[in-house]
Design a protein around this ligand. Sequence first.
Ligand code: ATP
Length: 298
Amino acid sequence: ALNIARTVSGASRLYASLNSAAGASERLFELLDMAPEIADAPGARPLAEPVRGEVAFEDVRFSYDDGRPVLDGVSLHVKPGETIALVGPSGAGKTTLLNLIPRFYDPDKGSIQIDGVDLREATVDSVREAVSLVAQDIELFGVSLAQNIRYGRLDATDDEIERAARAANAHEFIVEAAQGYQTEVGERGVKLSGGQRQRVAIARALLKDPPILLLDEATSALDAESEAAVQEALARLMEGRTTFVIAHRLATVRDADRILVMDAGQIIDEGTHDDLVARGGLYARLAALQFNDAVPLA
Ligand code: ATP
C-alpha cells in the first residue's frame, strides 16, 4: 500500500506543471492517470504569493477507502522555516501526514492550512506549487536527465538546470554519463543509484524553489560517499524552507527544530532528541533501534 501511495504522490506532484507540458511521454500520462483527483471548490483562490510556508493541522482525521482512521486528532502548528522531524513505527501515519500537505487527499474531519488558508479554499495547483517532495524512491521518467530536472520548472534554461544540478551535487555524475545531461534515464539509458536519484530530485526541487519541503529519508544506508553528497545537497535545499522530514538518521533528528513522535495515527509526543530520550518512552526505544547512522546501543 505504501508503494502505491508513493507512486501516486510522485505522479500527482508533477501534475500541475505537466498539464501544460507538450510532448511528455505516454508513460508519464499513464502515471498521471493514477493521481487522486481533487477538484477545486467553487470560488477556490490561489494561495497568496509569496507563500511564507506556515503549516497548520487542526484536529485532522483521515482514512483511506476502507474507512479505518489512519490519522486521528492530529494538530500541529509549524512556523515558516521550521524543520520538523517525524518519527514512529511503520504504519504510524508519517507518510500519510506528508501526503495531505500537497493535497493528494483531503482530511475527513478537521482542516489543514498553509499561511492560515484552509487548503480546501485554495486551488490545488497553487498548493502543489508551494510544495516539493524528495524521496529516495522518487519517480524519474524515461526522458533525459536534464528533462527530469526541468520538471521542477518547465521554463528553466539549460544554465539554470546545470546550476541546480551543481547545487544538488548531481552535476558530476551527470557529466560522466554517456550523453551527459541528454542521457536518458531508465531501461534504454542510465540506471541511477538511490543516492543519485535522490540528487536528481533535489535538483528538481531547487529549480522549483518552493517554501515547503517534504522529505522521506532513505531507510537503508547509502554508501558513505553518496550519503555525504546527499546530505550536503539537502542542507542547501532546506535552507529557509519549512521542512517536514520522515527521519531515519540520528543526525537529522538532532538538527530538527522539533521531533514529532507518531504512533497509530496520532502525535503522541514532541520535543528535541535529548528531551525525548530523557523521557524514555516510545521515542527512546525507536531511537535505539531505528536510526541507520547510529552506533547500536550495547
Ligand atoms: P512507514 O514507516 O512504513 O513508511 P508510515 O508511518 O509512513 O509507515 P503510512 O504509510 O502513512 O505510515 O501508513 C499508515 C497506514 O495507512 C498503514 O496502515 C498503511 O497500510 C495505510 N495506508 C497507507 N497508504 C495507503 C493507501 N494508499 N491505501 C490504503 N491504506 C494505506
